[in-house]
Design a protein around this ligand. Structure first.
Ligand code: GLC
Length: 418
């Protein structure tokens, strides 16, 4: 299919998944508003409907909790086809919109800036309204999720890489006692071999039940935590988002001192993510152990503004071993599973962040190669949630919002890279 037809198909997917002010990632499997999915969606909308792009970000931030946390799911309208829904999270008395109780990678400030840069005059009033909310969210991360200069997660879903091997040891140490019976809905929408296992799910739900019991009060959640893993996804994404928020502060004539101090903290802390061999990886903070796993999040260092030869060599190896890089878990690693969620498949959105980072830091050949390979993957295999890195086989949900969005904003030969 040619690029113009693909552009149209991508716009149609965003329109199809539009629920009025927000998009769902895909019908059925994910029927609500997801945090980082929405920020990508806004970037995609900006290529053909700037007003709708701003609306997506504004709806996302409308769910912000008084603490500053922006939830990973906003349950705007009931859908019995999803588990765990609002009743399981028990957050009804906390935020302005019914929601989950954890956050997700904060890409929103970066995409707000990208949407602004596409049409600055139109963007100024929107970015002025969003700025204090984004600042408060970033401050929440720096207050409640910072340890040794790295950002940690309290639940695997907070990283956006739900069942990545980075969490295995920490999850195995949890005894999900009393989790009780529940009915999963995800495996009714897609093949169970592409989804997390029951052992993982018991622990996901057990952690949600703990949060609910503690009323999601940050200080209480912080005491005796059963799961605390520093996550390169969030450390790197937040570092980049701080830089973009700093640029927004400049634009608005606001002081950026606090933001600059956060940048300094995370720049130093990012080094603590280096495991054996100098690769960036997760750190189980309860045992002070580097996970050692080379994931697609390991390669977000350039996106965060950190150059690294070791990672460039690892990327070359990834290019050599995967037909469609970058796999979520290295093809040559033990436990690689090309179809199972975050344990092998390639995600187009991760490629976008990695590719933009490479190009921003002068590694144009690598960045451009990744962009072209991602474009080929989508052109040959469609707008799937994720793909097998060796065969390109589409997996998970179809007609996926963020895959369509990054096609429009980045991968398509017609994309205006903002
Ligand atoms: C899965 C992904 C997460 C994403 C969500 C909706 O849970 O792991 O990153 O936000 O689906 O697409």
């Amino acid at each position: 299919m040619d690029a113009i037809s693909l552009d149209k198909q991508a716009r149609d997917i965003l329109t199809l998944n539009d629920r009025g002010g927000y998009t769902v990632p895909t019908e059925g499997l994910y029927p609500y508003q997801w945090n980082w999915d929405s920020a990508f969606a806004a970037w995609g909308f900006a290529s053909f409907d700037i007003t709708r792009a701003w609306q997506e970000l504004e709806t996302l931030l409308s769910g912000q909790w008084p603490s500053g946390m922006v939830p990973h799911i906003l349950f705007h309208a009931d859908d019995p086809g999803y588990f765990p829904g609002p009743g399981v999270w028990g957050t009804e008395d906390i935020g302005p919109v019914r929601s989950s109780g954890i956050s997700q990678p904060p890409v929103a400030a970066s995409f707000a800036k990208a949407v602004h840069d596409r049409a600055p005059d139109q963007g100024l009033p929107h970015i002025r309204t969003l700025y204090p909310k984004l600042l408060k969210w970033h401050r929440w991360f720096m207050t409640w999720r910072l340890d040794q200069g790295m950002i940690f997660i309290t639940h695997p879903w907070e990283a956006g890489r739900d069942n990545a091997p980075d969490w295995d040891a920490a999850m195995a140490a949890i005894d999900p006692v009393g989790v009780g019976e529940y009915t999963r809905r995800d495996t009714g929408h897609v093949d169970p071999s592409m989804r997390p296992t029951k052992a993982d799910y018991d622990r996901y739900i057990w952690l949600v039940q703990r949060g609910k019991r503690l009323g999601w009060v940050d200080a209480d959640m912080d005491r005796d935590p059963p799961f605390r893993v520093a996550d390169p996804t969030i450390t790197f994404i937040l570092l980049r988002a701080h830089r973009d928020l700093g640029a927004i502060a400049d634009l608005l004539g606001e002081s950026r001192d606090e933001i600059d101090s956060w940048i300094t903290t995370l720049e130093a802390g990012a080094e603590n993510h280096r495991g054996p061999g100098g690769h960036f990886c997760g750190v189980n903070l309860l045992t002070s152990t580097h996970t050692g796993h080379l994931s697609s999040a390991s390669f977000l260092n350039w996106y965060a503004g950190i150059d690294c030869d070791v990672m460039l060599k690892a990327l070359d190896a990834s290019f050599d071993t995967a037909t469609y890089p970058v796999p979520s878990h290295a093809v040559t690693s033990q436990g690689f599973d090309g179809m199972r969620y975050w344990r092998g498949p390639t995600w187009a959105i991760m490629n976008t962040l990695i590719g933009r980072g490479l190009s921003d830091m002068g590694h144009d050949t690598h960045g451009e190669r990744l962009r072209r390979q991602t474009a080929a993957l989508i052109a040959e295999h469609g707008f799937a949630e994720y793909f097998h890195p060796l065969t390109g086989a589409p997996a998970g949900g179809g007609t996926f919002t963020w895959t369509a969005a990054i096609w429009l904003a980045w991968a398509s030969p017609n994309a205006g890279d903002v």
